[in-house]
Each structure stands twice: as C-alpha cells, then as structure tokens.
Write a protein that binds this ligand. Structure first.
Ligand SMILES: [Zn+2]
Length: 350
C-alpha cells in the first residue's frame, strides 16, 4: 500500500487543490479495494475512482518540475531555488513542498561531505550556516499542511541527520554564544508556516529587547504539559496572523516563555518582530510571557527563564541592560503587566 500511494502522490496528473488530502485518502481507499486479493465481486465496480478523477482533472501546474529526476549537484540546487522563487508559487503544492525538501536535503548532504575534510573555523561557520538553512527548509516541510506523509517523513529524517551533523559545530557555537536556555524550535510546537511576504527582514543588529505578556482574555488552560503550551502558542500565532486587526506574517514575538520555564522559538530572528508597533519594532527583540501579570504573579520558573534568555541575547547582540524594556515603556499599554514591569525595573538595577 505504501508504494502504491507513494507513486500516486508523485504522479504528474494528480491535481492538488485544498481538498487534496481528502482526495488522496479517497484514492488510497479505492486503490486498497482494487489491490489484488482485496477485490470481491461486490466492490469490483466501485465508483470512487472515476469520481475522484473527474474532480481532479490534470492541470498544467501539476506537470513535474524539470529538476525532479536530476542527480544532486549545486547546479541542481540553484535550479530548484530559482524554480521555487519563480514557478513555485503557481505550481501544485506537492512540487512546491518537494522543492523545499530537495533544497534542504541537498544542502545537508553537501554540508556532510564538506565537513569530512577538517574545516577551518571560517569554513565551519559556513557549514553551520548551510545546516541552518537546510533545517529551515526541512522544518517548513514538516509543518506544511500540503506535505504528504512520505515528504514529512523524509524531512524528519533529514532533521535528525542535521541534528547529528550540528552536534559538533553548530551546537558548540550555540553554547559558546551564551545561549544558555534550550529553545523549543518552531517545528516542535507545530508553528504554521510563516508568510514571509508579509514580514520585513531584520535591519542591522538587534539593539534592544522588549518584554510582553500574552494577556489573552480566553487563554488555553495550561497544565504543565508541553502539549497545552504548544497549543497556547499556536493560538497566539493564529491570532496574530488571522486576527481582527492583525494580519502578521507570523507570530509577532521572537520568543515565548511559559509558566514552567519553557522557551519557545517564535518568529525567526532574521525577521523583524511585530510586537511593539511601527518603528518600535526595528532592531527590537520581542519576548512574551504567557499569562496576565496585572492579575497574577509570574512563576519563578518563568522569570528564571526570562532572565537567562535576556542575558543570552544581551551577550549575543551586545545590548545594554537599560535597553531591556517593558512594552508599556514604549507605548501606552498595560503590557507586560505590573508584576513583570516591577521585575524588569529591579533587573535593570541589578
Ligand atoms: Zn506587549
């Protein structure tokens, strides 16, 4: 069954609109019944397959991209990158996802090969950058609703390989840059794919940090489990991207901290945040604590994590303590709540 649905999913004639997943399931079911040994006189003329075929007639966008069967080379990766930019947006989701997958796995493979010949410090930094780029592509596949199960598995495989590769260089660089707090990656909490066309690239180095609270009037009730926290952060992301007044390209904050001291990656730092309004977002890292701290006192675990994260970011970007703000210092708002504001004031004096 695996190989059947696999070859079906890569067939160039399957069109892939929004209901693609449902259609594939239907087709998979019809194939299961059509498989030798499953055929019975009663289901021999199952109408499911022709129905699905008329609903999803071939479309020019579904024609397999020209790079699909090419062996791995830098030339191929350049071609795929160009294709993803120019034709990707109009192509069937299957091919758009495939392009990300090929880019991610390809970069990873080259990083592995180049890393075998004792790289210099500068080369190691380049390899790390390549592994990071590969991870970003693969993570985007894992959380892409259009990815097939097989594509997601290949991406997850790649991410595990990336983890092993970066165990030497990348992880070490992370430690020495003072990133003391383990950060839960977007793919882990199930972030929706960012709409990069709605975001600005970060301009220059970060020079300040602003702390917020989520103060959701209808918060997801937390119970200490990561599942609930992840759900809460997905809800914040959803509200930021599809809100009544906000249509951000992604969650607005760069980091989110839960009451149990978990730090979650928000919007990637290569993009300017959307948390402090207009110009205030420029070179400003946004950190949000989950809760309402006008009403409740933040937990020690949350404040410890906040302090560690602030310290790590200050070291990394050379940000002075006095440039760590509470949101209300930049504009008229209650955020981040009196209790967190109080903590920030004493932190800056410490
Ligand atoms: Zn705020």
């Amino acid at each position: 069954m695996k190989s059947r649905s696999g070859s079906l999913a890569t067939s160039p004639v399957v069109r892939l609109p929004a209901a693609r997943a449902a259609a594939l399931t239907l087709l998979a079911i019809s194939l299961a019944f059509a498989a030798p040994g499953c055929r019975s006189p009663h289901v021999a003329k199952a109408p499911v397959e022709p129905l699905a075929m008329t609903q999803y007639e071939p479309d020019p966008a579904d024609v397999a991209p020209p790079w699909l069967a090419e062996p791995l080379s830098w030339e191929k990766l350049n071609k795929v990158e160009e294709w993803a930019k120019t034709q990707g947006p109009r192509a069937a989701p299957l091919w758009r996802v495939e392009a990300q997958l090929v880019l991610g796995l390809g970069r990873l493979e080259f990083a592995r090969r180049d890393g075998q010949s004792k790289p210099t410090a500068k080369e190691a930094a380049e390899l790390d950058a390549r592994v990071r780029a590969a991870r970003a592509s693969l993570e985007s596949v894992v959380v892409d609703n259009d990815a097939t199960a097989a594509q997601r598995r290949r991406a997850e495989d790649g991410l595990r390989r990336a983890e092993r590769l970066s165990g030497g260089t990348y992880a070490k660089a992370k430690q020495t840059s003072g990133m003391g707090v383990p950060v839960i990656a977007r793919a882990q909490w199930g972030a929706a794919r960012a709409m990069v066309e709605r975001m600005d690239r970060a301009q220059g180095e970060y020079s300040r940090i602003t702390v917020h609270h989520s103060a959701d009037p209808n918060p997801v009730p937390l119970d200490g489990s990561s599942a609930r926290t992840f759900e809460a952060v997905r809800e914040i992301q959803k509200a930021h991207m599809n809100g009544k007044t906000t249509h951000y390209g992604d969650i607005g904050y760069h980091f989110v901290i839960d009451p149990y001291g978990r730090v979650l990656e928000g919007r990637e730092l290569i993009y300017q945040g959307a948390h402090a309004h207009g110009q205030n977002n420029v070179q400003n890292i946004g950190i949000c604590l989950i809760g309402n701290f006008d009403k409740t006192v933040p937990t020690k675990a949350a404040l410890d994590a906040l302090e560690k994260e602030i310290e790590a970011l200050r070291k990394r970007y050379n940000i002075p303590k006095r440039r760590v703000y509470g949101h209300r210092e930049l504009r008229s708002t209650d955020c981040p709540g009196a209790h967190v504001m109080h903590w920030l004031e004493s932190y800056r004096k410490s």
